[in-house]
Ligand binder design. Structure first.
Ligand code: S3P
Length: 164
């Protein structure tokens, strides 16, 4: 199997759908955010508070570079990973799936899964802005995109598997 990378905004289901896709493919799953937490030895929210977003982005670029070089299977990236030019260049040679979500559903999912430092204040307005600003970047790297709004995880994993 080769590498399949999942990108998309916070709340688009990258980790959940990525895991289900890996299972459907019988391939290993890896999450770049989890790699960053392991390297830093603390949660992402603490990295933002203690060391700042710039430091987090540097750790993220390195975690993605390492994962793309090492991993064979499904790899989920954090929502902001595509902001880095170097990361977008790396992704040019891999299969990339862009998961979309509408603002209302991203807000709902963020309510359930707290702990995103960028969304601690004003999540709705911030998500609206992030979705809009990053859409061209997700599209630049993606081979195809799927709207996850109102969809169940198993159905999404199956649709992606069929498109690979
Ligand atoms: C971020 C998204 C998060 C995480 C960090 C920054 C972003 O990942 O990497 O909090 O800039 O959108 P998820 O997209 O998995 O929530």
């Amino acid at each position: 199997m080769s590498l399949v990378v999942i990108v998309g905004p916070p709340g688009s289901g990258k980790t959940t759908v990525g895991r289900a896709l890996a299972e459907a493919l019988g391939a290993p799953f890896r999450d770049a955010d989890a790699d960053i937490v392991a390297v830093a030895g603390k949660p992402i929210a603490d990295i933002f508070v203690d060391d700042g977003e710039e430091h987090f982005r540097a750790l993220e670029r390195e975690a993605v570079r390492r994962a793309v070089a090492e991993h064979d299977g499904v790899l989920a990236l954090g929502g902001g990973a595509v902001l880095a030019d170097s990361t977008r260049k790396l992704l040019a040679d891999t299969t990339v799936v862009h998961l979309r979500v509408d603002v209302a559903e991203a807000v709902r999912r963020n309510e359930i899964d707290k702990g995103r430092p960028l969304l601690a204040v004003n999540p709705r307005a911030t998500l609206r802005r992030l979705l809009e600003e990053r859409l061209p970047l997700y599209r630049e790297v993606a081979d195809f995109e799927i709207d996850t709004t109102g969809r169940d995880v198993a159905g999404l994993a199956e649709e992606i598997r069929a498109k690979l």
